[in-house]
Design a protein around this ligand. Structure first.
Ligand SMILES: [Zn+2]
Ligand SMILES: [Zn+2]
Ligand SMILES: [Zn+2]
Length: 155
């Protein structure tokens, strides 16, 4: 993603935080930028590493986790539970309400695509879970995939 696009998303993200009564502080903004610039999901340690390479004052991983939690609560960032890594939301600039995110994760190059899926599919899934006697706590799907680029080199 180029610098101008990232800047646009950052100012939109600041508005989103303001509306919910939060604040996109300099550190939070810097970490969101890191994720927007990254082509692959990053762990909290990787985020801290990249942050500390360019910052005057280094930031401990514990603070990175807190900041990622905040960004996640604003839906600016998503956590991929399967990989324990974070990605910037693909819908920061959108005006529509955020759907339950589904992630297509390329097993070869680790690129991730965030897609929305129909609510009916999520409902059906949670009905199946209920039938089995369980209660669905998080309907975020993370699917093991090959991306367009990698599918060609793997056949
Ligand atoms: Zn999202
Ligand atoms: Zn969108
Ligand atoms: Zn790929």
């Amino acid at each position: 993603m180029n610098k101008a696009d990232v800047q646009k998303l950052i100012s939109k993200a600041a508005d989103i935080c303001n509306e919910s009564g939060g604040r996109l502080t300099e550190k939070r903004q810097r970490i969101l930028e890191l994720l927007l610039h990254s082509d692959t999901p990053l762990s909290a340690y990787e985020v801290a590493d990249r942050y500390n390479k360019t910052a005057d004052r280094s930031i401990p991983v514990m603070s990175v986790y807190r900041i990622l939690d905040f960004l996640e609560s604003e839906q600016l960032v998503h956590k991929l539970s399967s990989a324990n890594k974070y990605v910037a939301c693909a819908h920061i600039a959108c005006t529509h309400s955020h759907e339950v995110p589904q992630f297509l994760i390329c097993r070869s190059c680790e690129s991730v695509k965030e897609i929305g899926i129909k609510k009916s599919i999520v409902d059906e899934l949670s009905a199946h879970v209920r039938t089995a006697g369980y209660t669905l706590m998080n309907s975020q799907l993370e699917l093991d995939c090959l991306c367009e680029k990698c599918v060609g080199s793997n056949v």
